[in-house]
Design a protein around this ligand. Structure first.
Ligand code: PSV
Ligand code: MN
Length: 386
């Protein structure tokens, strides 16, 4: 039997960080379909993120992407956020949109380019000092397209050297989160292609270096929950970038493509003691064709539903079935939890948190969508990359 009161209490503690770039325009390499009312700067992205927090009650922080969210005064940006009931969260670096980075950034064969990349990462830590952010998220587009293009081992050495410099700059309460991705934009080798490579670098760096699991960054069929279990056992799981994929790094709404996978991941998080603030739950998504703010709200709700189901797993019954080798019963215990309709439970949780039971309906009623379409005219809309 699971204790429903304990499940509800746990759900009330869960927070999900939303990414500033989810609120801006985005698209594929074929077309960006601009939407009306999209933010024109980081300040307006925070305004939208605050609306998501107002109706979900569980998204108090917003991830920044530098330089997309560069401003002159970060304390003013932090105050703007605080005035709207949210805070600035993880700082994401960007060493993939400059001409100098054609052959890589921190792994580039030329020292001058590596210097520039590391300089940017150090600047991101300066920004974290100003915003009070805990985490620096590093994803490198570095890699090669052709066999022989560069020295695979040499690139790892350069990576280790650059990361060590950034690690040394971190404050006592700051962390470096290293994200891996199987491929893209590089196609032959990627310098941090998998959890093992990220883990090896983080292990060498020390306790403030942790691995990020972006759910869209694996080969088809990869058992992500196994990776989660392993990283948690080793004390090296720092965060998630949640999103959904059908094929590659699709960045669709979390829990949309494979809610069962999200449930299995959340079960391993809970089972492995990762349901704590030490593991950050973040979204990393782009809403290319759907309305952005409701899509973020829907994604947050999907994460909550997967979490609620994972919390409902009857752990005692599962352990008993596993110990006696009762394969069918063990599977049934897990599926019972997964097949539970947790929406009524989450409605109760929201009511107890003092917010509307239906965040999407609350957002629709708020009039925010109409307001931003009417008010945000002129200026340049923010987009993926701006
Ligand atoms: C890379 O594909 C990634 O997942 C990284 O997290 C980036 O920070 C994010 O997308 C946005 O570029
Ligand atoms: Mn990511």
């Amino acid at each position: 039997m699971t204790d429903v009161a304990a499940v509800k209490a746990a759900l009330k503690t869960q927070t999900v960080e939303t990414p500033s770039w989810a609120y801006g325009n985005s698209g594929t390499r074929f077309k960006v379909f601009a939407q009306q009312g999209v933010p024109r700067d980081p300040w307006e992205k925070l305004d939208d993120a605050a609306q998501v927090h107002a109706v979900t009650g569980v998204t108090p922080t917003v991830a920044l992407h530098i330089p997309w969210d560069k401003v002159d005064d970060y304390s003013a940006l932090a105050k703007h956020a605080a005035d709207r009931g949210v805070k600035l969260g993880t700082v994401n670096s960007n060493t993939f949109q400059d001409d100098d980075y054609k052959l890589g950034s921190i792994c580039h064969p030329e020292a001058a380019v590596r210097r520039k990349a590391v300089g940017h990462l150090l600047e991101c830590v300066d920004i974290m000092d100003a915003t009070g952010s805990r985490d620096l998220k590093l994803w490198f587009a570095d890699g090669t397209n052709y066999p022989g293009q560069d020295d695979i081992r040499g690139r790892q050495d350069r990576l280790a050297e650059g990361l060590a410099e950034v690690y040394a700059r971190l404050g006592d309460d700051q962390r470096l989160l290293l994200e891996y991705k199987l491929f893209e934009p590089a196609f032959y080798t990627t310098d941090v292609p998998d959890w093992g490579t990220a883990y090896a670098h983080c292990l060498k760096l020390g306790p403030k270096a942790q691995v990020v699991v972006d759910t869209g960054h694996h080969a088809p069929g990869t058992n992500i929950e196994f990776i989660v279990a392993t990283l948690l056992r080793e004390g090296k799981l720092g965060a998630f970038d949640f999103n959904s994929r059908f094929y590659a790094d699709d960045d669709l709404m979390a829990g949309a493509a494979d809610p069962f996978q999200l449930f299995r991941i959340m079960y391993e998080v809970i089972r492995g003691g990762g349901f704590t603030p030490d593991v950050a739950f973040m979204l990393d998504q782009c809403h290319n064709i759907e309305a952005k703010i409701p899509a973020v709200i829907r994604s947050v709700m999907n994460v909550q539903e997967a979490t609620a189901k994972a919390l409902l797993v009857d752990r005692d019954a599962l352990t008993a079935a596993q110990r006696t080798g009762d394969v069918l019963e063990a599977n049934a215990v897990l599926m019972d939890a997964y097949n539970t309709d947790v929406r009524p439970l989450l409605r109760e949780v929201r009511e107890e948190l003092g917010i509307d039971q239906d965040p999407i309906a609350a957002y629709r009623r708020s009039g925010w969508a109409e307001k931003i379409v009417a008010e945000r005219v002129g200026g340049e809309q923010a987009g993926w990359g701006a």
